[in-house]
Design a protein around this ligand. Structure first.
Ligand SMILES: *[C@@H]1O[C@H](CO)[C@@H](O)[C@H](O)[C@H]1NC(C)=O
Ligand SMILES: *[C@@H]1O[C@H](CO)[C@@H](O)[C@H](O)[C@H]1NC(C)=O
Length: 222
C-alpha cells in the first residue's frame, strides 16, 4: 500500500510540475506583486521591467498619442505608434499595451515578430491583407476590413498590407507592457554591426551584390 501511495504521489507531483511548466511557458509578462508600480524610466536600478516611482499621479496612466493618425510618408507607407510602458509609465508590471498602426494606400507593415506578446488587431478604417507564418512554415492569412479582428500568436512572423485605395488604420493589443519588435529585413540587413555578407549570401542563396543592394536600401537614414 505504501508503495502504491508513493507512486500515486510521484504521479501527481509530475502532473503538477508539468502543468506549472506548461503554464509558465505560455504566460507572457510576469504577474504583478502590488497594485501599481509606475515605471521610473530614469532610474539607474536594473530590474525585470522598471523600478517603481516613489510618487505618481493620473498623468502616469494617461496618453493621447493614439488620437491622431501617424505620418505614413516613409518607404514602407506605414507607421506604428506604440502606447506602451515607455509612453505610459503606469503600465509597468501590468502586462498589457496597445499600438495604433496607420497605412497609406499600398502601405506595408513589413514581416516582424514580437518576442514577448501575442497581438490582436482591430481595424479602425480601411482594409488589410494580413498573415502570420507558423514554425511549420504554414502561412495563415486573411483579408480584413473595418470592425474586424485578427490575431497574431506570440513570437510568430507576421505582416499587414493595405491593398486598398484609401488609408487604413488598426488598434493593436498586446499582452506585454513592452512587446518588442524584430523586423526581419532590418534585423538581418541593417543591424549594427552588420551581419557578415557571407552569412546572408548563403542563407538567402544569392550573391554579394544583391546582399549589398538590400543593405544599402535598408540602411538607417542619416
Ligand atoms: C503629476 O506628476 C508630474 C511629475 O511626475 C508633474 O509634473 C505633474 O504636474 C503632476 N500632475 C498633476 C495633475 O498633479
Ligand atoms: C512627412 O510629412 C511631414 C509633414 O507633412 C514632414 O514634416 C516630413 O518631413 C515628411 N517625412 C518624409 C520622410 O518625407
Amino acid at each position: 500500500m505504501v508503495g502504491v501511495s508513493q507512486n500515486t504521489l510521484a504521479f501527481w507531483v509530475s502532473v503538477i510540475s508539468l502543468a506549472i511548466s506548461l503554464f509558465s511557458s505560455v504566460s507572457a509578462d510576469p504577474d504583478m506583486l502590488q497594485d501599481v508600480c509606475v515605471a521610473d524610466l530614469a532610474s539607474g536600478v536594473k530590474v525585470n521591467g522598471f523600478a517603481c516611482k516613489a510618487t505618481f499621479n493620473e498623468t502616469d496612466f494617461f496618453s493621447d498619442i493614439l488620437a491622431k493618425p501617424g505620418l505614413t510618408n516613409n518607404s514602407m507607407g506605414s507607421l506604428v505608434t506604440g502606447a506602451n510602458v515607455m509612453k505610459i509609465p503606469g503600465l509597468n508590471t501590468l502586462g498589457v499595451s496597445i499600438s495604433r498602426i496607420d497605412y497609406a494606400p499600398g502601405g506595408l507593415n513589413p514581416p516582424h515578430t514580437h518576442p514577448r506578446a501575442t497581438e490582436m488587431v482591430f481595424v479602425l478604417e480601411g482594409q488589410l491583407d494580413v498573415g502570420f507564418i507558423t514554425t511549420a512554415n504554414v502561412l495563415v492569412s486573411k483579408s480584413i476590413k473595418k470592425g474586424e479582428i485578427f490575431v497574431f500568436p506570440r513570437g510568430l512572423v507576421h505582416f499587414q498590407k493595405n491593398n486598398g485605395e484609401v488609408p487604413a488604420a488598426v488598434i493593436a493589443a498586446f499582452n506585454s507592457q513592452l512587446p518588442g519588435t524584430q523586423s526581419i529585413a532590418t534585423t538581418l540587413f541593417a543591424s549594427n554591426p552588420t551581419v557578415p555578407n557571407n552569412v546572408l549570401t548563403m542563407a538567402f542563396q544569392v550573391g554579394t551584390k544583391e546582399v549589398e543592394k538590400i543593405k544599402s536600401r535598408l540602411a538607417p537614414k542619416k
